[in-house]
Design a protein around this ligand. Structure first.
Ligand code: FES
Length: 274
C-alpha cells in the first residue's frame, strides 16, 4: 500500500502524484520505473519515477489519462487514498558519466522521466541543454524543475503558444547545424519523436540514447509487448532497457506495432473496465 501525499493537475489530463514509498525512494536511480496496481480489479501499469526524495521516502509519478487504469487513478484517487501495489524500482538505471555537453530532449509527458536523469547529469558536472516540447503551452510540464537542472532550457510548441514554434527536433537540428559540440543526446517522449531525434543526430554521428518506457505493458519481461529490435538483437525495454542506442533501434517496426493494439484499447476503454 502506498499513500498518496500530493496530487496536482499539471496539464489537461496530466496529474502528478507524490506517494509514500520509502524502500523504493531509498533504492531507485534515474531512469527506473515502478509497476502499480491501483486496486484488486486493476491491471498493472508501468510508470517511470519522475522524482524521488530519499529523506522524505517519497517518489513522484506523472500519469496521463490514456486508458482505463490511468483514468481511474487520475479521476478517483485523492490525497490520503492508497494505491494497492507499487513494485520497484525496475529497469536498468540510466548510464551516468561526465560526458561533456548533454542535450536532454523531452516531449509531452516524456519530460517527467527526463528530469531525474538531467538532474543527475547536471550534478556530475555535465553541461545540460534541455529541449522540452509540447503541442501547446498548456501541455508543457516540469518547466521550473527542468530550468533548475539545465544550463540552458529551450521550449518548443507546435503552435508557437510558448517558446519557439516548431518541434524539439527543429531546435536540436539548429544546434547541430551551428556546430555546437554535443557529446550525448537523450530523448524521451512519443515513439515518433524519438525516431525523429535519432534521424536528426544520425548524420552528425552524435551518440543518442532513447528511453523506451512508453512502449512497456506489464514491465516484467513476460508479455513481450515491449520487444524491440536493437541492431541485430531482440531486446525487451522493461528488462534490458528502457534506454537503448537510438541509432540502432528499429523505430519503424515500433511505430507499426503500436498501432496494432489501438482498436483493442479503444474497445476496452469504451467498455469502462479497468
Ligand atoms: Fe511486457 Fe516488457 S513490458 S515484456
Amino acid at each position: 500500500m502506498a499513500k498518496i501525499l500530493v496530487k496536482n493537475n499539471l496539464a489537461p489530463a496530466v496529474y502528478e502524484f507524490i506517494i509514500e514509498a520509502p524502500m523504493i525512494a531509498h533504492k531507485c536511480q534515474p531512469g527506473q520505473f515502478v509497476m502499480i496496481r491501483t486496486d484488486e480489479n486493476s491491471e498493472r501499469i508501468p510508470l517511470t519515477i519522475a522524482d524521488f526524495d530519499r529523506e522524505k521516502g517519497t517518489i513522484t509519478l506523472i500519469v496521463q489519462t490514456v486508458g482505463n487504469t490511468t483514468t481511474h487513478l487520475c479521476e478517483t484517487f485523492i490525497v490520503g487514498d492508497e494505491i494497492l501495489d507499487v513494485l520497484g524500482p525496475l529497469g536498468m538505471p540510466s548510464h551516468m558519466s561526465k560526458f561533456g555537453t548533454v542535450v536532454c530532449v523531452g516531449g509531452g509527458i516524456g519530460v517527467a522521466p527526463v528530469y531525474p536523469i538531467a538532474r543527475a547529469y547536471h550534478k556530475l558536472g555535465n553541461k545540460v541543454i534541455s529541449i522540452i516540447g509540447a503541442r501547446n503551452k498548456d501541455l508543457i510540464i516540469f518547466k521550473e524543475k527542468m530550468e533548475a537542472v539545465s544550463d540552458e532550457l529551450i521550449i518548443t510548441t507546435d503552435d508557437g503558444s510558448a517558446g519557439q514554434k516548431g518541434f524539439v527536433t527543429d531546435s536540436l537540428k539548429a544546434m547541430l547545424e551551428a556546430g555546437e559540440k554535443i557529446d550525448l543526446v537523450l530523448a524521451i517522449g512519443p515513439v515518433i519523436m524519438m525516431k525523429n531525434v535519432a534521424e536528426t543526430t544520425r548524420p552528425y554521428g552524435t551518440p543518442t540514447t532513447a528511453s523506451l518506457n512508453t512502449i512497456m505493458v506489464d514491465g516484467t519481461g513476460m508479455c513481450g509487448g515491449c520487444r524491440v529490435r536493437v541492431g541485430d538483437e531482440n531486446k525487451f525495454a522493461c528488462v534490458d532497457g528502457p534506454e537503448f542506442d537510438a541509432h540502432l533501434v528499429d523505430f519503424a517496426n515500433l511505430v507499426q506495432r503500436q498501432q496494432m493494439y489501438k482498436g483493442q484499447e479503444m474497445l476496452e476503454y469504451s467498455c469502462g473496465g479497468h
